[in-house]
Ligand binder design. Structure first.
Ligand code: PEP
Ligand code: MG
Length: 753
């Protein structure tokens, strides 16, 4: 049989997980699917229990199903136990003759002498064993062994999840009184960052919370003193929050809570409440009455930035009333909680982070959306799901967010949590083993590759510098813009860029000009109500239309770049005209600064992001004009394949290995290389280890990835042999279908495993 046909494709794996209603069907389906792929008479899955060190038959196609849960082997016992002990595949054509063979009466395996067992592992964690059996007349071949290894690794995540669940449904459950038993449920989503957390959920639906508050009858009367105390408490909390966020995130923190504080200190606003209380009103009712008046007033404004203030009042009022009725400094709503939320702005996420949120489950949205990218910088486990029923989760439900796998566990059992904790320890061990980055990155055969970092917040740059990144390949300057409540001034921007450059002294830094629009919406910018913002006045289009905003940013960049190796790059360039127009503004700013005798960098490198497919037709001309290219695969794939990168429902159409995407990528590298300019890759495709050999083979010599990915991408590059990668790239580029590309790639990865 064709080797490629033995490998499961991604679609099949997704189906396995999505369409299995219970654990047993999931495992049964897995054995059927894998058995059929290998044309095996028997396919069984054994699951390993770390505590008892015993392997138990968990599912089988072909053996007597009564053996499930009954057949057990210790590590090293039988062929199955040996495969796990020695962490290698065991292939025997006369299974029962092997001295290690262990006979189990009644499971009907006598006929199936040809035996192939593959350990299922993840990192150093042992998960179980996958076993295939056939009649002696059709023994397994070498290709089967190679294929079963990779199938076992493809299944590792699914089986590991199943393992958690099995632990949950294990005997402990019977001991619990029925009232305490909550059914555990898994909601499959997409992980936008890594790590896992568990804790109490809080569903954040501000509109609803406020509506409830407005309807509420306060059964207790409060005094003016209670009101004053609540104001004081609220003020202290906000100041403390602001201080914390500034300490941690000096670039974007500015004035996040300022709007709240300003309202709180507003004499008229607070004065009107006080007046009502003095006239005998109950303080919480007085607060709500005045708040409502202001909210209605602001909501009616024609100015979007005024309308925006409604959210600030809502936040403030919720906090104030909470402090008032609880009569003490109430624990902040997000601290140590996992927030389930529908619409989330980057500023909300930042506020939540500063209040100590543990994790976030966002209903709707995509993993490359900016709020998701921000979660990586903040180190908050973040999963995006489509299941809107999660918004109805009862207050205080326990949930576990596994951002690495994109799973949300509702009511996880203690055992499941314990297993996650154990796997965290494994990951920590692996991380320690991974040691720091080597100072230089080369392929296995010695070809030099530059490994740089993508930075969203200054904090990322510190991490990247500690790890030893060779510079900054992409600084997304929009973050300070997105999170502030007004456009940062030239001075404010200058201060941030200066700090960034100082973190990476003597290393190249690429500053990308403002990339707003699409999913990166500035709340204070006049709302253009675009029907299709991804195709709207985004990015460089916005800057060229608002040239004063653009100039302020460029001046800040040029000033900060004095004496440093800085590249300025424009996002979303779609034509030569746009590139030249943008470059002309930079040169104009250089002239202006020179005339003003302000210290600056008069000859920064000027490059562009390759993100819009229209540049393919003029790529040689652009390569002649630009000092460097940086391929932004997130947008490039979105526009090439017409798939909204923020829409989880179409994520299966978002295919980095689509032949047209790969061929277009090749065209870009070739054009840049022929023109002698640097061609970097900075989209998420660059941090997916499996694509690293292709990208090297296609010609990339500069990678820019988030700090969290630096070590693993370096490892992937170090282990790649360039001539082999070039052959791989050529073979992948010759395939006309995604499935064929993936098969070629999987074969290569299996060979390398
Ligand atoms: C990209 O599009 O790949 C990219 C790096 O830019 P962003 O993700 O900020 O749009
Ligand atoms: Mg982009």
């Amino acid at each position: 049989m064709e080797y490629a046909q033995l490998l499961l494709d991604i679609e099949e794996l997704n189906h396995l997980f999505r369409e299995s209603v219970s654990l047993s069907t999931l495992l049964d389906r897995t054995t059927h699917l894998v058995g059929a792929h290998f044309k095996a008479d028997v396919c069984s899955i054994y699951i390993f229990d770390d505590e008892t060190e015993v392997l138990t038959l968990a599912a089988t196609r072909g053996l007597n199903p009564h053996g499930v849960g009954v057949v057990k082997l210790r590590v090293g016992e039988g062929l199955v136990g040996t495969a796990l002990q020695e962490l290698r595949c065991i292939c025997e054509n006369d299974g029962s003759r092997d001295p290690r063979y262990k006979f189990f009466p009644g499971i009907n395996e006598e006929r199936f002498e040809a035996f192939l067992a593959a350990p299922i592992t993840r990192g150093i964690a042992r998960i179980g064993v996958l076993v295939l059996q056939r009649e002696k007349s059709t023994p397994f071949a070498e290709a089967d062994t190679a294929a079963v290894k990779i199938v076992a690794s493809q299944l590792a995540n699914i089986i590991e999840n199943a393992k958690f669940l099995m632990a949950v449904h294990a005997p402990h459950e019977e001991k619990k009184p029925p009232s305490e038993v909550h059914e555990m449920r898994i909601v499959k989503g997409q992980g936008a960052s890594s790590g896992f957390v568990w804790g109490n959920a809080v569903v954040v639906n501000k509109e609803q919370a406020l509506a409830l508050l407005f309807k509420k009858d306060f059964d207790k009367s409060y005094t003016l003193t209670d009101f004053d105390k609540a104001i004081k408490a609220t003020e202290q909390q906000l100041e403390e929050l602001q201080g914390k966020v500034e300490e941690k995130l000096s670039d974007v923190a500015s004035l996040i809570f300022a709007a709240h504080l300003v309202i709180l200190k507003d004499k008229a606003f607070i004065g009107e409440m006080r007046k009502l209380i003095e006239m005998g009103g109950n303080p919480p009712e007085a607060v709500l009455k005045i708040a409502r008046k202001y909210m209605e007033l602001f909501a009616a404004s024609s100015q979007p930035y005024v309308r925006e203030k409604v959210h600030d009042i809502a936040d403030l009022v919720l906090r104030l009333v909470r402090n008032l009725v609880s009569g003490r400094h109430e624990a902040w709503a997000y601290r140590d909680r996992i927030v389930v939320v529908q619409n989330l702005f980057p500023s909300d996420l930042l506020a939540m982070a500063s209040e100590g949120v543990k994790g976030v489950v966002m209903v709707g949205g995509g993993v490359t959306s900016h709020v998701a990218i921000l979660s990586q910088s903040l180190g908050i486990p973040f999963v995006i799901v489509t299941a809107s029923e999660l918004m109805g989760l009862p207050e205080g439900s326990t949930i576990l967010v596994d951002a690495s796998q994109g799973n949300v566990y509702i009511n996880p059992h203690q055992d499941a949590i314990a297993r996650f904790e154990a796997s965290r320890r494994t990951d920590e061990l692996l991380a320690e083993e991974a040691v720091a980055m080597q100072p230089q990155t080369t392929t296995r055969d010695g070809c030099r590759v530059k490994l740089m970092a993508n930075i969203n917040l200054l904090n990322d740059a510190r991490q990247a510098s500690t790890l030893g990144a060779e510079g900054i390949g992409l600084y997304r300057t929009e973050f300070p813009f997105l999170i502030r409540t007004a456009f940062p001034t030239e001075e404010e921007q200058y201060a941030v860029y200066r700090k960034l450059i100082a973190i990476m002294p003597d290393k190249p830094v690429s500053l990308r000009t403002l990339d707003i629009g699409g999913d990166k919406i500035l709340s204070y910018y006049p709302d253009a109500k675009e029907g299709n913002p991804m195709l709207g006045l985004r990015s460089i289009r916005f800057c060229l239309e608002n040239v004063e905003v653009f100039k302020q940013q460029l001046r800040a960049m040029l000033r900060a770049a004095a004496g440093a190796d800085v590249g300025i790059m424009f996002p979303m360039i779609s034509s030569l005209d746009e590139f030249t127009a943008a470059k002309a503004v930079v040169l104009e700013c250089v002239d202006q600064l020179a005339a003003e005798k302000v210290e600056h960098n008069s000859s920064p490198r000027i490059g562009m992001m390759v993100e819009i497919p229209s540049v393919l037709g003029i790529i040689d001309e652009l390569a002649a004009e630009a000092d460097f290219f940086s391929l932004g695969t997130n947008d490039f794939i979105q526009y090439m394949l017409a798939v909204d990168r923020t829409n989880e429902r179409v994520s299966k159409f978002y295919l980095p290995s689509h032949p047209s995407v790969l061929r277009a990528i090749k065209k870009v590298v070739d054009a840049g290389t022929a023109a002698g300019i640097e061609v970097a890759i900075c989209g998420d495709m660059a941090h997916e280890q499996r694509y690293v050999p292709f990208l090297l083979g296609a010609g990339f010599r500069t990678f820019s990835v988030g700090p969290a990915y630096l070590t693993r991408v370096q490892k992937a590059i170090l282990s790649t042999d360039l001539p082999e990668a070039q052959l791989l790239a050529a073979e992948m580029l010759a395939q006309p279908r995604t499935a064929d590309v993936e098969a070629v790639l999987s074969r290569h990865l299996a060979r390398m495993a």
